[in-house]
Design a protein around this ligand. Structure first.
Ligand code: FE2
Length: 416
């Protein structure tokens, strides 16, 4: 197991990186000594990002200086994803498969997503819906707050729901926000806009693969409903619990699966708890076959147990692709998104390469389905340098973008 040892500054590129060692080091002097030894042995000049035999990355940079010693025990942020009570846990752990295709539509999903959201978060949307109703249905003046109340009481007419969804798409396609409220620098409707873009992307991907496009859109819209309550990694669990409470027992599962890329286990597709941009659970490692597994004595969380038992359906697989690419600014390429994720947070050496390889394999599986070619997954064990992973990611990303551009109806709001 590797631990962050020191934050270092690459003086050539003016960027900070974290150095990792097997045991952590007690003081900054120790960290400096180790780096001096590396420099003397010329190792720093030879290697940039190097994958060790344990498939961990160690960052060595030319001309580096130690900025900060990391006490890994204090700095580590492992979020354990556990359910609030035994009932949610029972439902999650006893479900092996779900079918997302049912009478709940994408427009229903959007109204459910908006329930209890503050008025200022969606006031622009309410104003536009009111205008639309007045114009198209020759209705007398409608106060936007009335629209908000109809959304909130959840008993709206199906036509009304469709209008709300359509207007929301019109707003975000113009690059606008759904409301005026801000949380710090961010607009408070950003997470809802992300869901809308993800819904749209899901529908395109579903069309391309022969799945039901409205079901796909519904899942894209609902998957992040947990963000209403919590923007941390716990939003997965919170979203599941929320949708169970709304009696959306099948849809609830998309909240749990969307953050964990698919991997194969005994020829069954399951989600891997550590195939994510977030730090892995203690005891995670990559075995000889390139599979992400846990040491026998590892303490797992509820979601890890759920993922071991739950079989991903085609929508779960697509949702993981779509979630990676949909942002609140539109759709990005897989390559750009992975770079972006790791520019905001320091890659955790225990699972960042594994995550990237899972991204490559997931997209290349999708591409081979479309092109009807044989899918050949990459085994991380056969890769020796991080640059190779980035090169493979770029290739698969470019192929995906080609397919996407050939199939999407909307090319605006896409930066690829
Ligand atoms: Fe998402």
């Amino acid at each position: 197991m590797y631990h962050p040892m020191a934050i270092v500054r690459d003086l050539n590129n003016k960027k900070n990186f974290t150095l990792y060692t097997k045991n952590g080091l007690p003081t900054i002097e120790d960290a400096k000594k180790v780096i001096e030894e590396w420099k003397e042995n010329n190792e720093i000049d030879l290697l940039f990002e190097y994958i060790t035999d344990d498939n961990n990355i160690v960052y060595y940079k030319n001309n580096i200086d130690v900025l900060e010693h990391v006490d890994y025990k204090k700095k580590r942020k492992n979020i354990y994803l556990n359910f609030e009570n035994e009932e949610y846990k029972r439902i999650a752990l006893n479900t092996k498969r779900v079918n997302y295709e049912n009478e709940i539509t994408s427009a229903d999903a959007f109204i459910i997503l908006l329930k209890d959201v503050e008025y200022e978060t969606i006031n622009t949307l309410c104003i536009e819906v009111a205008k639309k109703l007045e114009k198209e249905y020759y209705l007398p003046k409608i106060e936007p707050y009335k629209v908000y109340n109809i959304i909130n009481n959840q008993k709206a007419h199906p036509e009304f729901k469709k209008i709300v969804l359509k207007q929301a798409y019109e707003i975000i396609h113009e690059g606008k926000k759904l409301g005026t409220k801000t949380d710090g620098k961010r607009n408070a409707s950003n997470w809802i806009i992300h869901c809308l873009f993800e819904g749209e992307l899901m529908s395109t991907l579903a069309d391309t693969t022969g799945l039901n496009s409205d079901t796909a859109m519904k899942l894209g819209i609902l998957h992040d409903i947990g963000r209403k309550k919590d923007h941390s990694f716990m939003h997965t669990v919170k979203g599941f619990e929320y949708l169970i409470n709304q009696n959306l027992t099948n849809e609830a599962f998309c909240a749990l699966t969307h953050s964990f890329l698919p991997s194969l286990k005994d020829n069954i597709i399951i989600g891997n708890r550590c195939a994510t941009g977030d730090p892995p659970i203690d005891g995670f490692y990559v075995n000889e076959n390139g599979e992400g597994v846990f040491e026998k004595d590892a303490i797992l969380d509820d979601v890890a147990y759920f993922l071991e038992n739950y079989e991903y359906n085609s929508y779960d697989v697509l949702l993981n692709l779509a979630d990676l690419l949909a942002t609140s600014d539109g759709i990005k390429s897989p390559y750009e998104r992975v770079q972006n994720i790791y520019s905001k947070r320091t890659p955790d050496p225990r699972n960042s390469s594994f995550f990237k390889v899972c991204v490559i394999n997931s997209f290349s599986n999708f591409i081979s389905n479309i092109k009807e070619t044989e899918y050949q997954p990459i085994n991380i064990k056969n890769i020796k340098r991080v640059e190779e992973i980035d090169k493979l990611l770029k290739e698969v990303s470019d192929s995906f973008v080609d397919i996407y551009l050939n199939n999407t109806k909307r090319k605006s709001n896409i930066s690829l």
